[in-house]
Write a protein that binds this ligand. Sequence first.
Ligand code: KIV
Ligand code: ZN
Length: 502
Amino acid sequence: MADKLYIFDTTLRDGEQVPGCQLNTIEKIEVAKALEALGVDIIEAGFPVSSPGDFNSVREISKAVSNPTICALTRAVKNDIDVAADALSMAKRKRIHTGIGVSPQHIYDKLKSNPEEIIERAVEAVRYARRFVDDVEFYAEDAGRADNEYLARVIEAVIAAGATVVNIPDTTGYCMPWEYGAKIKYLVDNVPNIDKAIISTHCHNDLGMATANSIAGVMNGARQVEVTINGIGERAGNTALEEVVMAFRCHKGIGIDTSIDSTLITQTSRMVSNLMNMPVQANKAIVGRNAFAHSSGIHQDGVLKNRENYEIIDPKDVGVSDSSIVLTARSGRAALSHRLELLGHKREGAELDKIYEEFLKLADSKKDIRDEDLLVLLGESAQNAAHDKIKVKYIQILTGTLVPTATITIQIGDNTYTNTHTGNGPVDAAISAIKEMLTTKVTIQEFLIQAMTRGCNDVGKVHMQVACQGRVAHGFAAHTDIIRASVEAYVDGVNKIFNLIK
Ligand code: KIV
Ligand code: ZN
């Protein structure tokens, strides 16, 4: 049986500290429930003394969630601990996470103190927290830059004072993986009472090593990892939950596993990205849009023969329905024939060669080869393909302090339709107006707006994943007017999906 690795999720605390990522209590409860379904062991729900909003969120999450332990952060300050204990009072399982800086930088420059006083304050905070809860985690802030001998003294003292979990944060993301691994091993070998507590990793990603460092920590004895969904967090972020979980799933021989239901990873990632307005980079490991997309001819051919030729994870294991084959000028015959077959047009031999030649010419001049382009190549009348296409003719939006209202005119073939709809914002109003004019329901599964550069005159790039009758398509558009870009991206997705299902 594999050794259990505890997943401590801090999306709602360290992740939520990022400017622009703040959630209200309702949204935090939604994320907490998703984390519970995902199977995380501990949810760090907030830092209650920091604001009444944070206090309230910890309290409400404590009521809404029952399986995971709910954790609240404090400084090594009595009032912080009092407030955290109060916020956690309704939680079925509760933990107080208290701590203090232990690196020379933090001891002398941040806390204006000295090493012996820091140990006293750490011990006092842990003892005080134990008055309220049985589960107390101690964080040795900036342990990544701390002297190992001193760190071992701190850790021994806090365990003796009652800490049940000892967190060794690489707060500034400074360590190299072997250095962080050696730090954990040093504690395992030199703290006499270390068997009385679980060692936890908490790694930041300033050098892009957060996941590597967390894994190095686990390989040397840590049995809890502190992570966030999509790796969001201060500066370059925290360790990404999905990366650690899938690394141990892919390397079963190590004999370490988590209780995470990996099939819920993608939907949780999208939910957090949408609620926190933090787009996930397309090439992000596990959850990026391209994580299972193949575009070069050699790879496409290999994947079509056997997915495992170029994939170490079955996309279904993380909740993605299938690998995707993106048609570009670098695609080969195998990928083209596969896509044509999906469109219901099996072509082989000389016939396929001829279409492939035409396809390459088109792909050289056009980045994005759509299904309707292929239909035209196949000789289906271009008129037919264009006939079904929905075109946006007119958009008028009223917004501001009024109820957002959109009037949209679209053209389908020779017919023109106009509709007016309200919504909770201008985009919602516009998309709802279009939805009502369609005879088939097309839902939005993912909606991302990205600024291309910076500044208020920037172009907004919109990506929309839409679904209909079990098929999925991606619509794209870019415009300085983000409402127009959103409408066009939706219509682009609708046109693509109608081509797939007709
Ligand atoms: O990075 C860090 O050191 C932290 C602690 C507060 C746990 O987030
Ligand atoms: Zn942190």
